[in-house]
Design a protein around this ligand. Structure first.
Ligand SMILES: Cc1ncc(COP(=O)(O)O)c(C=O)c1O
Length: 234
């Protein structure tokens, strides 16, 4: 099974229709491969990016794609613990069997809340995406001003995943060498009380992930601290 997530956590990268189509062409040559499409950040896209998903782009794959989503991001309802999926009957039936014998079901109050979110007014989604876009632009600009950091501009989600290749091999004011992205994120935490996730945790180094799902004031302060931390490395 190919587990596919676009827009992505941790990079914010998103596949265009043409890119999905190209990936689908490869999958069509490998009929034994199922696809799990994690569409969690469907509604958090920028600069007019058109969200698409595998089952829509390549109908010939329809019978082997499991499409998943949830209310955690689009409706900021993480604590309600509701996700949902659409896919081939045999897979969904098996999922239901497994869940009914383990947790029975998500609590009915959460289910009702999710239905209200999905059927209710949706106008805030575009407004919130614009607010996120401003935060993304702020964070990308400030991180690119930091010495040794190179930060691409993502199309979606609320993360950036900058490279710190320019900092590897440098030393902190206490004389500790930054050899990995874990060293760097530990340094940020200890020196500046800034929490970020090191890239190795996601399988691609030397990077680190910053979430910008917070206020512009906090982000400005955090990025200023990151800039200061980078400038202190020798
Ligand atoms: C890509 C992706 N999928 C799914 C989830 C799951 O969210 P939850 O377990 O809150 O529904 C997350 C949360 O961070 C995510 O980043």
């Amino acid at each position: 099974m190919l587990i596919f997530n676009s827009p992505s956590n941790p990079s914010g990268a998103a596949y265009s229709r043409a890119e999905l189509k190209a990936l689908a062409a490869v999958l069509l040559r490998h009929p034994d491969v199922l696809v799990l499409s994690d569409d969690m950040y469907e509604h958090i896209v920028y600069d007019g990016f058109e969200f698409t998903t595998m089952a829509e782009v390549e109908p010939a794959l329809y019978e082997r794609v499991l499409t998943m989503n949830g209310v955690s991001k689009a409706y900021a309802m993480t604590g309600w613990r509701i996700g949902y999926a659409g896919g081939p009957t045999r897979i969904v039936k098996t999922m239901a069997k497994l869940q009914s014998q383990t947790t029975s079901n998500p609590c009915s109050i959460s289910q009702a809340a999710a239905v209200a979110a999905l059927n209710g007014p949706q106008d805030f989604i575009a407004k919130r995406a614009r607010a996120f876009q401003e935060r993304r632009d702020l964070v990308v600009r400030l991180l690119n001003e930091a010495e040794g950091i190179s930060c691409p501009l993502p199309d979606g989600a609320f993360y950036v995943y900058p490279s710190i290749a320019g900092l590897i091999g440098k030393s902190t004011p206490d004389g500790k060498r930054i050899e990995t992205d874990l060293d760097f994120s530990t340094y940020l935490l200890e020196q500046e009380s800034v929490a970020a996730v090191h890239g190795e945790a996601f399988g691609l180094s030397p990077h680190f992930r910053v979430s910008y799902a917070t206020s512009s004031d906090i982000l400005r302060e955090a990025c200023t601290r990151i800039q200061r931390a980078c400038a202190s490395l020798r």
